[in-house]
Design a protein around this ligand. Structure first.
Ligand SMILES: Nc1nc2c(ncn2[C@@H]2O[C@H](COP(=O)(O)OP(=O)(O)OP(=O)(O)O)[C@@H](O)[C@H]2O)c(=O)[nH]1
Ligand SMILES: [Mg+2]
Length: 440
């Protein structure tokens, strides 16, 4: 018996020599994905809703140069990712983080891991042990997060502990509160969490769910959400065999993304949740990431772009870095000399850095670069772990490209100056190179 991925691949073979997604193939695909999601513990009504969306792909055609089956996988990824609301926004760095969840879900461990995560971003972090329920909770946290200031063991009252902790840790960039767990969200815990919330006023409340929780995740998400208003989910124990489908269902319900994934017991075993990597696992498609990039690149048609913004710029950077840099491409096209030195001097490393800076912008900022004032630039630098100078350099490069782009709009191609050639080069690059390297 083959894997789920093998099964999907064999279904997709039914698309060879076709130009569009056929109803046979999409029905079979939807059925297989249903099975996989049910196996992953996703709630049944969600599974049906989702397969309805997948069936709507019937009849779609792929962009030029892309095989229809690759396109189909990409579209399924997009649907899953949208549906489960998996895309987290890491651009805002929270100041006060509340962790809640039931007994043993991994709150205390995650408090330490998060502190470590933000420390690596050069932020100072303090933790309040607001679990006054379990005897050794404070000791456990103190030991686990020994590199950090852990406040607690001062009162039997959790909210009181939080108040004192806020005062004590007020100089920290970030304060994390670890709360108590119970077997169920009983009246006592509900009241306690409400009081903690009022005292702490978190700007980020995470529900910590273990990957093996199964379908009760949904019920928990509802209850905790009513109580404290959740902003996102952290899935722990993804290093085990469970795939966390229950947690996914919780996200779909909350319309809150998964922010982090815990994959081990050590303090460094926490990652920003990568929805593509995760879906690659669920879909059993190890090379999903490169497939997505391939299709996304084919989807940009330079003639369709009528507005230049950071989303467009990022795609250009990605494409250029793949092809060995802007200068190299320009030379191949015979434009080498026309490119201003500054614009061509983008080293590979810089391009990568630029992409992560762009990732740290909010969707609004990427579309409206004019709003980028100094305080936003500072936040972006911090969020992407880069220097303010690098952010400014990116803005400068971007402005050069944009200027060229704006000049080019509506111009007769025979009437171009040197600068304009840059834009032409980019258009050519996207079209010609795709053909030259048979980029699919
Ligand atoms: N393998 C693995 N184990 C984990 C992970 N996260 C937490 N654990 C383990 O799960 C157990 C419970 O973790 P805690 O952090 O104490 O959970 P908690 O939610 O604080 O528990 P209570 O405070 O008792 O409600 C511990 O043995 C952790 O080492 C993870 O990502 N992977
Ligand atoms: Mg705990």
């Amino acid at each position: 018996m083959g894997t789920f991925g093998d099964k999907l691949r064999s279904i997709f073979d039914g698309l060879s020599n076709r130009h569009f997604i056929t109803s046979e193939v999409i029905d079979e695909t939807a059925k297989e994905i249903q099975k996989a999601l049910i196996m992953a513990d996703v709630e049944i009504s969600l599974v049906f809703e989702l397969s309805k969306k997948i069936k709507e792909l019937k009849g779609e055609t792929a962009p030029e140069g892309i095989e229809i089956k690759d396109y189909l996988i990409k579209r399924i990824h997009d649907i899953l990712s949208d549906f489960f609301g998996l895309e987290a926004d890491f651009t805002k760095i929270p100041k006060r983080i509340l962790l809640c969840g039931l007994f043993g879900s991994g709150k205390t461990t995650t408090a330490g891991k998060l502190a470590n995560y933000y420390k690596r971003k050069k932020l100072s972090v303090g933790i309040i042990a607001a679990d006054t329920y379990r005897m050794a909770a404070y000791e456990q946290l103190k030991q686990y997060a020994h590199e950090f200031d852990v406040f607690g063991n001062v009162s039997k009252n959790a909210a009181e502990t939080v108040k004192l902790g806020l005062e004590k840790l007020k100089d920290k960039d970030i304060i994390i509160v670890d709360s108590a767990g119970r077997n169920a969200l009983d009246d006592e815990l509900s009241q306690e969490l409400k009081d903690i919330k009022d005292a702490f006023k978190p700007d980020m409340s995470f529900l910590v769910l273990s990957a093996d929780i199964g379908q009760i995740a949904l019920k928990q998400a509802k209850e905790f959400n009513e109580l404290v208003g959740l902003n996102g989910v952290i899935i722990t124990k993804l290093d085990g065999s469970a795939k966390g489908g229950g947690a996914l269902a919780a996200c779909a319900y909350l319309k809150s993304p998964v922010y982090f994934a815990g994959n081990g017991e050590k303090i460094e075993d926490l990652q920003q949740f990568d929805s593509t990597r995760y879906l690659a696992q669920i879909m059993d498609y190890p090379d999903l990431q490169s497939l997505l990039e391939k299709v996304e690149e084919a989807e940009i048609n330079p003639d369709d772009i009528d507005e230049f913004n950071f989303d467009v710029y990022k795609k250009q950077l990605k494409m250029a870095s793949k092809m060995g840099g802007i200068t190299k491409i320009a030379k191949m096209l015979g434009f080498g000399k026309a490119i201003p030195e500054e614009a061509s001097g983008l080293a590979e490393g810089k391009m990568k850095g630029f992409s992560s800076i762009i990732d740290s912008m909010t969707p609004y900022e990427r579309k409206h670069p004019d709003c980028l004032n100094t305080s936003r630039l500072n936040r972006i630098a911090k969020g992407s772990g880069s220097k303010l100078d690098d952010v400014r350099l990116l803005i400068k490069q971007y402005n050069m490209m944009k200027e060229t782009f704006d000049k080019m709009k509506g111009k007769d191609p025979n009437d171009l100056n040197q600068n304009d050639l840059q834009k032409v080069m980019q258009k050519q690059m996207q079209k010609k190179m795709k053909r030259k390297f048979k980029l699919k």
